[in-house]
Write a protein of this length. Structure first.
Length: 140
């Protein structure tokens, strides 16, 4: 004789409380297909989820915190759902993200130098007559 363990399902409000995400966000992720197969709907029409959804939501939150887009995350989860560990895909995306951050930091260093240069030579023109053609002489 075989016995089956009942599958516990959670309504979206419970998933929201457990994950710390708003219900609206969970609905959005579900609509995008990021949460995999839901457990269907309750007789009253509520979405039902298994407890496994918490792992996916935690992964999504972590991946977003590392700068990955929802499209990147969807691609990663598709690899996972096909039965393969997506570590190689994740590594490539994180390396690209790191390269983007390095480029942004270089751009910010240039901007910082420009701002420091402007501010180091800043003059107060508030007591001088206004010229109709000049908005602020410090930003020429």
């Amino acid at each position: 004789m075989t016995t089956t363990t009942p599958i516990h399902t959670w309504k979206i409000g419970t998933v929201a409380r457990q994950s710390g995400l708003p219900v609206k966000t969970i609905r959005y992720y579900a609509d995008l297909g990021l949460l995999g197969d839901t457990m269907g709907r309750s007789p009253k029409g509520y979405r039902l989820f298994s407890a496994a959804v918490l792992n996916r939501l935690a992964f999504i939150k972590r991946a977003q915190a590392l700068g990955l887009s929802l499209q990147d995350i969807r691609n990663i989860l598709a690899v996972h759902d096909a039965g393969t560990l997506p570590c190689g895909v994740i590594r490539e995306l994180l390396e690209a993200q790191l390269q983007e951050i390095n480029q942004q930091m270089a751009t910010l260093r240039i901007l910082k130098g420009e701002l420091q240069g402007i501010l180091s030579g800043w003059q107060d023109f508030s007591n001088q007559p206004q010229s109709p053609s000049t908005i602020c002489p410090n930003l020429r």
